[in-house]
Design a protein around this ligand. Structure first.
Ligand code: DX5
Ligand code: ZN
Length: 223
C-alpha cells in the first residue's frame, strides 16, 4: 500500500494545525515532521513542544524525521510527544543498532535514513532490524530542492535488498517529489512518499488529492 506523508516543513506555521487537516481531508495518512538541529543540517526547525501541540489535531500517523547528531538523545522525547515512527540518520549515530533498539523499546516503529552519498549497502547489517528505510532524494536540510536522478537506482537497490527478507520493510523517499516524477520512485520500489513544497504551496487539500489519485492509478496498473 502506498502511504502519503506531506512534510510540514513547507507549511505556514502560523496555522499549522489547519494546514495539516487539509492534508487529512485530501487523504494523506501520515504527517512527516522534520526535526533539524542546525548542526547535522544547517537549519533549525522545532522539537517536541510543537509536535505535542499538533498531536491532538489529527489521527494521522506521526513520522518524525530526525536530522540531528546523537539521535539516541531524542528517542524518548519523540516517543512521549506523539511520534509513531522515529527515523534517524545512519550518518548521525555512533551505534545505530542501539538507537533502533531504543525506538522499539519505546514501542515505536524505527526508520533509518541515508543521505544521497551514503551507499545503500551500508544499511545491509541493519536491514532486518528496521521497519522503514528513508532514501533521501535530495541533500537533507531544506525543502524545495530538485530530485537527484541517481536516487532512482538507489531506491531499486534498497528494494532488492529487502526482497530477500522475511519481513515487510517500507521504503520512504523524501525530497523533490512532485506529481510529475512520483511514478519514477513508485516504479523503483518506494511506498512511503514525502512531499513538502508540492503539497503546502497552493491549495493543500487539492495538491494532496492529486497525489492520492496518482497513487490509486499506479496501484490499479500494478496489481
Ligand atoms: C528535507 C526534508 C524534507 C522536505 C522535503 O531535508 O527532509 O522532508 O520537507 O521538501 P520538498 O518536498 O519540498 O523537497
Ligand atoms: Zn524529511
Amino acid at each position: 500500500m502506498i502511504l502519503f506523508a506531506p512534510s510540514i516543513l513547507s507549511a505556514d506555521f502560523s496555522h499549522l494545525g489547519d494546514d495539516i487537516l487539509r492534508t487529512r481531508e485530501g487523504g494523506a495518512q501520515i504527517v512527516h515532521i522534520d526535526v533539524m538541529d542546525g548542526s547535522f543540517v544547517p537549519q533549525l526547525t522545532f522539537g517536541d513542544p510543537v509536535i505535542r501541540s499538533i498531536r491532538p489535531v489529527t489521527d494521522q500517523l506521526f513520522d518524525v524525521h530526525l536530522m540531528v547528531w546523537h539521535p539516541e538523545r531524542y528517542v524518548k522525547r519523540m516517543a512521549d510527544c506523539g511520534a509513531d515512527l522515529i527515523t534517524f540518520h545512519l550518518e548521525a549515530a555512533e551505534d545505530p543498532r542501539a538507537v533502533i533498539d531504543a525506538i522499539h523499546a519505546a514501542g515505536k516503529k524505527a526508520g533509518l535514513a541515508i543521505k544521497p552519498a551514503t551507499p545503500v549497502e551500508a544499511v545491509r547489517p541493519l536491514a532486518e532490524a528496521i521497519d522503514m528505510l528513508l532514501v533521501m532524494t535530495v541533500e537533507p536540510g531544506f525543502g524545495g530542492q530538485s530530485y537527484i536522478p541517481a536516487s532512482t537506482g538507489r531506491i531499486a537497490a534498497a528494494r532488492r535488498m529487502f526482497a530477500g527478507l522475511d519481513r515487510e520493510t517500507d521504503i520512504e523517499v523524501d525530497g523533490g517529489i512532485k506529481t510529475d516524477n512520483v511514478r519514477v520512485v513508485l516504479d523503483a520500489g518506494a511506498n512511503v512518499i514525502v512531499a513538502g513544497s508540492a503539497v503546502y504551496r497552493g491549495d493543500i487539500r487539492n495538491n494532496t488529492r492529486k497525489f492520492m489519485e496518482d497513487f490509486a492509478l499506479w496501484e490499479a496498473e500494478n496489481e
